[in-house]
Design a protein around this ligand. Structure first.
Ligand SMILES: [Zn+2]
Length: 499
């Protein structure tokens, strides 16, 4: 996600962006979607009721056990339940009134049934909700899943969508469906099952990449921006059912809106799309150009974006939010009273997340700096490559450096980035740590090792962990392998703090 925007007057020369003069084309290594580990497969059949603000769905999960343990039960996150009570509803930047400008109403997910099919037919499975706000679904399996084997589940559920300008919520014309379906929790060596609550700070999500087929039925007047590629459309009785597919996606989100205008441009085989509200065409066109420029630049620097589509979506949201192949961008940044800068910075940041969070996953609860540091530093890299070295340096100084200095002198942070979300007091503590201190690590590494080695590290990290999950230790190992240096002493103050 994009944390805060302090400087709206840095990217002055928009014309350069529109004419696209700064970026040279170069062949990038191609990531292949099929050349990776086996994955789970989600097939979801959903219908959105725009009057009732509900969604009903049947979700089939072909679950793949990618760990060397026998699983007797499975866990899923039911994030919509966090929106059930005013006290636990996650809204960004501690700003309740902006998130719920129409007043609070509960949103939630109701699990109607969980079943499993075997030779003897369909069997209902015991299941229960637990965790803060009932956001964890536990499913008891009839027979355990052996390591590297599969099982199938069918989960029927319904959602009540809250009136919130949030990841999950509806606004005047939009329905934001982020973190909306039961998504399998991650089992890892360090924590076992990761059953964290929906923290109010950060992007508190952690998931394995999976394959998706998602059908969404809405009234015909609604346009949809989704994480997958549109494969089929069927119209019947004033409704339209669209089917999307996507491989190796970390999650699947969509936004439905009956006032969307859609633009698209093909970039190196990737369809980049801009979805914006009728009337906001100036910024809507700019959003497409920034999406195109960012994809081109990061293709070249980090390795090619592996998915066929990328959508930049204007919606009711406080800033920007990354989902695989789709990003939410605050509708206010499209309005004429804002300069272009928040729009540019936010799109660049969320596009960088496609690589760091999306392609390479990480535990965003325990190691948020790992994706936010890269996304934040990518803003500087974009500024530098697009508008020149001086603009990049100024941007870095005025955002990253100043923010860290301020936060460290007021002792709101100790400098160590490796903290779990529960260790942060609030955004004033989390922001400068995960984003800015994270970006500083990359800047210092780059200064020490040089541009070529730094970029080789980033590319190697992406290539090695694409569609998988990386940890801070994995990143440090890549840094050491590529540079040929022991970096233990370098990383110590950045990771544990107390510099
Ligand atoms: Zn971010």
């Amino acid at each position: 996600m994009k944390f805060r925007l302090k400087l709206f007057s840095l990217f002055l020369i928009l014309i350069m962006l529109i004419s696209g003069c700064a970026i040279q084309k170069e062949a990038a290594p191609v990531l292949k979607l099929d050349e990776v580990d086996a994955r789970s497969f989600y097939s979801i059949d959903a219908e959105l009721n725009v009057e009732e603000k509900t969604l009903t769905a049947v979700q089939e999960v072909d679950y793949y056990n990618n760990d060397n343990i026998e699983m007797k039960e499975l866990y899923f996150h039911v994030y919509p339940n966090a929106f059930k009570r005013k006290e636990t509803a996650p809204f960004l930047f501690d700003d309740f009134d902006t998130a719920y400008k129409r007043g609070f109403e509960p949103g939630y997910g109701e699990i109607l049934s969980v079943s499993n099919r075997d030779r003897s037919g369909e069997k209902l499975l015991k299941h229960s909700l637990s965790g803060e706000g009932d956001t964890i679904l536990k499913v008891e399996l009839d027979s355990p899943i052996k390591p590297y084997e599969r099982t199938n589940l069918q989960i029927k559920f319904m959602l009540k969508i809250p009136p919130a300008g949030e990841r999950f919520g509806y606004g005047e014309n939009n329905f934001n469906l982020g973190n909306w379906y039961p998504i399998a929790a991650v089992y890892d060596e360090k924590d076992g099952w990761n059953l964290d609550k929906y923290f109010a700070i950060g992007d508190p999500f952690y998931s394995d990449a999976a394959d998706y087929k998602v059908s969404i039925k809405t009234p015909e007047s609604y346009t949809i921006a989704a994480s997958g590629q549109l494969k089929e459309e069927n119209k019947e009785n004033g409704k339209i059912q669209r089917t999307y597919e996507g491989k190796a996606l970390r999650d699947f989100a969509f936004v439905a809106n009956n006032k969307f205008v859609v633009l698209e441009e093909d970039v190196e085989g990737i369809k980049v799309m801009s979805y914006y509200y009728e009337g906001d065409n100036i910024r809507g066109e700019e959003a497409l150009e920034i999406g195109v420029q960012s994809i081109k630049l990061f293709n070249k620097l980090y390795g090619k974006y592996p998915y066929p589509v990328y959508s930049v979506v204007q919606t009711e949201f406080p800033s920007g939010m990354e989902y695989p192949a789709l990003v939410y961008i605050s509708d206010k940044y499209y309005k004429p009273n804002y300069s272009s800068d928040p729009l540019i910075i936010t799109i660049v940041h969320e596009t960088a997340h496609q690589w760091f969070y999306g392609i390479v996953g990480n535990d965003q609860i325990d190691e948020a700096w790992l994706d936010e540091g890269f996304a934040a530093y990518s803003e500087t890299i974009f500024a530098e490559r697009t508008y020149g070295k001086k603009t990049g340096e100024d941007y870095y100084k005025r955002t990253v450096e100043n923010s860290v200095k301020e936060a460290m002198s007021s002792r709101s942070i100790d400098g160590g980035v490796l903290k779990t979300l529960s260790e942060f007091k609030d955004w004033s503590d989390y922001g400068p740590t995960a984003y800015d201190r994270g970006a500083q690590i990359h800047n210092e590494l780059r200064k020490m090792l040089g541009d070529d080695t730094f970029l080789k590290i980033v590319r190697t990290y992406v290539e090695k962990y694409k569609f998988r999950i990386a940890t801070t230790d994995d990143f440090i190992k890549v840094c050491e392998e590529v540079s040929g240096k022991d970096l233990t002493e370098f990383f110590k103050p950045w990771i544990v703090g107390g510099e």
